[in-house]
Design a protein. Structure first.
Length: 492
């Protein structure tokens, strides 16, 4: 099924599509050629407030929150089914808007289907408990939805990262207002249309595209907002946390990363090289969990770097919509310029570019935001390219002589999202997994996750956790009820 690109992608509020109070629709651009291909409405502060009002009313008045969880489960399963029947159309839309290869977008949309199914399965398992207390008393807890939950999403996995938190919030019975990134609003709008078809009551899933500074802040800084989930950069996360703190709002932050990949001398170097290439070049490296800092034992360093360089040089660049393409453009000209700055900085501080480091030179790619897959070496540990998240297809590399040095280098970062270990030794794998300061560790794998497994960062990578069965609890509150049952009546 195709999605009509001629129709504008408007705000979805209370089950209705509206251009918003400004009536402004801006062109949405394909990063493979920087030409417009669709139009999207730009919401305002007033639209944000209207969406909160509608969501608040739907939460109180529609059957969604109070209903049997099994009915919510059914609606969410229907939604997953509708999305599954349109994976291809959604994947095309995502690719054209964001740039990643179609194969990756299909994977992303499939992941969204699975996420909605997973949380549908939990919608009728939101349970309280009974707690023993002294005397003739009954103490029990209720798990109640929070009300209106606000979700602010980034552009790198536009639908996936939005629905990753929206799905458990809906399963728990909340009403949602979602603000997608300004660059990539399309699939979120298309998803909200499906939610209506799936029978989710009007006003329970609202989508308000618009600027973060205006719409995002208006959504958080409002009494009707009952929780905030933000995925994006650390600076914006800190700003949102400040606004949320003023209103005592529960908050989940999924921020950036600078993931270490530690390769021990006993690793399967062929598999490791493939995993390393995947971990930094998929999605053109625009991933919070990018495996962006390679730390390799000196004894295998030159062999591994040679393998990784050859993978980087063999990747087929092109528009994500073209068959066989392995790496697409960066999301915007600004992002391309931003990533190139890091490469220049690395060069200026004495680093070597093993491969890449410049825009793609093929004439067919000249109009897009294409950067060649880049591997850097000998970049000083204190340089920006090693310290900061680049968010592009740029791998820094360094050697180590023993495990303690590897651990020190791996943990020497303000971030702590995903760490990777390559070794055949079980003892090394488990002891390193414990000592890495990360929310997630993969062993002998490229970055991978599942909706049923927690996704979380420590240090500068975030607060709280997403995915997994406990994600539903994030969107509920626990109320305690204590009943004095009175003295048991004596038998006559
Ligand atoms: P960003 O600039 O922080 O934006 C993220 C979202 O926040 C966008 O919807 C943005 O709207 C909105 N926003 C911006 N300023 C705001 C404000 N003052 N108040 C409320 N909302 C505001 O991040 P990005 O550039 O889109 O994405 C890249 C970053 O996201 C990277 O740092 C990356 O590591 C992080 N990320 C983390 C994860 C994770 O799971 N840990 C996953 C993916 C990405 P506009 O689009 O209008 O600016
Ligand atoms: Mg931004």
């Amino acid at each position: 099924m195709a999605i009509d690109l001629e129709t504008a992608f408007d705000l979805v509020v209370g089950g209705r599509e509206t251009p918003g109070t400004r009536g402004e629709r801006r062109p949405v651009v394909d990063p493979a050629n920087n030409r417009p291909f669709a139009r999207a409405a730009v919401g305002s502060r007033d639209d944000a407030r209207a969406a909160l009002e509608v969501a608040d009313r739907a939460f109180r008045e529609s059957p969604w929150a109070q209903d049997d969880g099994a009915r919510r489960a059914k609606a969410l399963y229907r939604l997953a089914g509708l999305l599954e029947s349109q994976v291809d159309a959604f994947a095309r839309l995502e690719t054209q808007n964001m740039g990643k290869p179609l194969r990756e977008s299909r994977g992303d949309i499939g992941y969204v289907v699975r996420t909605v199914e997973y949380f549908a399965g939990l919608a009728d398992k939101v349970e309280g408990e009974t707690i023993p207390v002294p005397g003739p008393r009954l103490d029990y807890t209720l798990r109640e939805p929070l009300g209106v939950t606000v979700h602010i999403a980034p552009w790198n996995y536009p639908l996936l990262l939005a629905i990753r938190s929206v799905a458990p919030a809906l399963a728990a019975g909340n009403a949602v207002v979602l603000k997608p990134a300004s660059l990539t609003p399309l699939t979120a709008v298309a998803f909200a249309r499906l939610a209506k078809d799936a029978g989710i009551p009007d006003g329970i899933l609202n989508v308000v595209p618009g600027s973060g500074a205006e719409v995002g802040e208006a959504l958080v800084d409002d009494d009707r907002c009952r929780s905030v989930t933000f995925t994006g950069s650390g600076d914006v996360g800190a700003r949102i946390a400040g606004l949320a703190a003023r209103r005592h709002l529960p908050l989940t932050l999924e921020l950036g990363g600078k993931g270490p990949v530690v390769v021990f001398p006993d690793a399967d170097l062929e598999r490791a090289a493939k995993g390393i290439g995947y971990g930094i070049f998929q999605n053109a490296g625009q991933m919070c969990w990018a495996a962006s800092r390679l730390l390799v034992h000196e004894s295998v360093r030159s062999e591994l770097l040679e393998r990784v360089r050859s993978i980087a040089e063999g990747l087929r660049l092109g528009p994500g919509t073209a068959e066989g393409v392995e790496m697409g453009p960066l999301v915007s000209p600004d992002q391309l310029a931003h990533v190139l700055e890091y490469v220049e900085d690395a060069r200026a501080s004495g680093g070597r570019v093993l491969t890449g480091g410049s825009r793609a030179s093929e004439p067919a790619l000249a109009e897009g935001n294409f950067l060649r897959p880049t591997v850097l070496a000998e970049v000083p540990p204190s340089s920006r390219a090693v310290r900061e998240e680049i968010f592009g297809p740029v791998l820094t590399t360094a050697g180590f002589s023993d495990a303690e040095e590897a651990l020190r280098l791996a943990n020497d970062t303000p971030y702590g999202l995903l760490g990777t270990i390559w070794t055949r030794d079980l003892g090394t794998a488990h002891s390193f997994a414990r000592r890495l300061e990360c929310g997630m560790v993969v062993v002998n794998e490229a970055p991978i996750t599942y909706p049923q497994a927690p996704f979380a960062g420590v240090k500068g990578s975030g607060v709280g956790s997403e995915q997994g069965s406990r994600a539903v609890e994030t969107y509920t509150r626990r109320k305690n009820v204590l009943v004095n049952l009175g003295a048991a009546k004596k038998r006559a």
